[in-house]
Design a protein around this ligand. Structure first.
Ligand code: HAM
Length: 419
């Protein structure tokens, strides 16, 4: 072991476990790719102001959790704590919204950074796959995204997750509700910090996990009673489309997200086997974000699913993904001449599309066969001096243990047909 360890709140993805992470990313991306979402990649850091304005000055993410720093050139940057602000920034900068085909539908996959108190399921470096549909106000788009996330989780075999759904209203009805909520909250017995929060971000108080706070919140005005007609109609349509698609959800009028840009539809995917860090994904509509970062009005909706927590959810449900072995054929040479011949065959196999690996280094037969087993290969291809003299190699079926001689000239064709 070296003297260095992964920084606090981070962990390494190592084989063989890393294969499950790749498969999860792939499973989340697949329904998006098949639904008109194009792949986007943005830098790992951005101007700090983008997140301050986009995610919100008063959010925990911006005030406490951002890795912000000044470069040698004097730029104020931050490691990205989330993807939505960056993706919208990039879409605007690249003029994707002017190409005349709204909504612009994008998906992404990458690393995000939040300086949080680490615990199981909560890390300082984590991984998301996300989707954003930019520039269109249409309840079918909100429904599409929720349906696709549901499809992704189901394709992985997950069952113990629930979809929580809410509407946060728009610039017309939310301020009215905010006032009503503030008046109610000011009358409660709360600590200094929470009182400050009432003035800055009263909706977040509803999210307070403490029992003594929750107890006082019974009877608090609920947003649903304050939604304007347009928001109510929009929300009803999203709900109806989900129901028609057979996607079950729970109305959760207390659902408040940790980012300030949301309007109307908000949702969270929670998994019941994960303890306190139960949100495996979340998202919603953010109709005002574009204008908040200096762009034109572009009503949009999106989500991000946490890859780390999705892997934990698989573990919690006891699901092992049925992943094909990375290697189909493992070549084991005995002697110098056999090394040259088998190494040549391995390269040929790979070009022919058969995944193959080779016993590198000077190992004995026993050690090499152990590696062959560990690789998960279906076949071992073994050859020594005597085999070469006969123009053959031994093809060993690692499952049945059966072995047969195959002419060297036929090895590639034979394996191409069988694996
Ligand atoms: P978020 O709810 O902050 O939303 O993050 C989405 C998901 O990322 C969470 O549900 C969780 O699974 C995962 N996640 C967040 N923080 C951590 C952490 N510290 N450790 C492990 N996993 C974590 C967003 O980021 C929004 N940008 C989603 C969105 C897209 N809204 C609209 N478009």
């Amino acid at each position: 072991m070296s003297t260095f360890k992964a920084p606090k709140g981070t962990y390494d993805l190592l084989p063989p476990d890393s294969a499950a992470y790749l498969a999860v990313r792939e499973a989340i991306a697949a329904p998006l790719r098949a639904s008109g979402y194009g792949y986007i990649e943005t830098p790992g850091f951005e101007n700090v102001e983008l997140f301050a304005r986009g995610v919100g000055e008063s959010t925990d993410i911006v005030t406490k959790e951002m890795y912000a720093f000044e470069t040698k050139g004097g730029d104020r940057l931050a490691l990205r704590p989330e993807g939505t602000a960056s993706v919208l920034r990039a879409a605007l900068e690249g003029n994707l919204h002017k190409a005349g085909n709204l909504p612009v539908k994008l998906w992404y996959s990458g690393s995000y950074y939040r300086y949080e108190r680490p615990q199981k399921g909560r890390y300082r470096h984590f991984s998301q796959v996300g989707a954003e549909a930019i520039g269109t106000e249409d309840p079918a788009l909100d429904a599409e995204l929720i349906i696709l996330a549901d499809q992704a989780y189901r394709s992985l075999g997950l069952r113990r997750f629930r979809i929580l759904l809410n509407s946060l209203g728009d610039q017309e009805c939310r301020p009215v509700y905010r006032d009503a909520l503030q008046s109610f909250l000011r009358g409660l017995d709360l600590d200094e910090e929470t009182r400050r929060r009432i003035e800055i971000n009263p909706l977040r108080v509803l999210d307070d996990k403490r029992a003594e706070v929750q107890k006082q919140l019974t009877g608090a005005p609920v947003l649903r009673d304050h939604l304007c007609d347009a928001c109510t109609a929009y929300h009803e349509e999203v709900r109806a489309l989900l129901t028609a698609a057979g996607v079950a959800y729970e109305d959760d009028e207390r659902l408040v997200r940790g980012l300030d840009y949301y309007t109307r539809t908000t949702f969270e995917f929670v998994h019941d086997g994960l303890g306190s860090q139960s949100a495996v994904g979340g998202g919603g509509r953010y109709d005002g974000l574009s204008e908040m970062i200096g762009g034109p009005a572009l009503p949009s909706v999106g989500w991000a699913l946490g890859v780390d927590r999705t892997v934990l959810a698989l573990e919690a449900e006891g699901i092992t993904l049925d992943l094909p072995a990375a290697t189909s054929v493992y070549a084991v040479p005995l002697g110098e001449e056999a090394r040259r011949v088998l190494f040549g065959l391995v390269s040929e196999l790979r070009r022919a599309g058969v995944s193959a690996d080779f016993a590198y280094g000077a190992k004995g037969l026993k050690g090499a066969m152990k590696n062959a087993h560990r690789s998960g290969a279906r076949y071992a291809l073994v050859a020594g001096e005597r085999d070469l003299a006969e123009g053959v190699a031994q093809l060993k079926d690692m499952e049945s243990g059966e072995q047969q001689a195959v002419a060297l000239a036929e090895v590639v064709d034979r394996l191409r047909q069988t694996v």
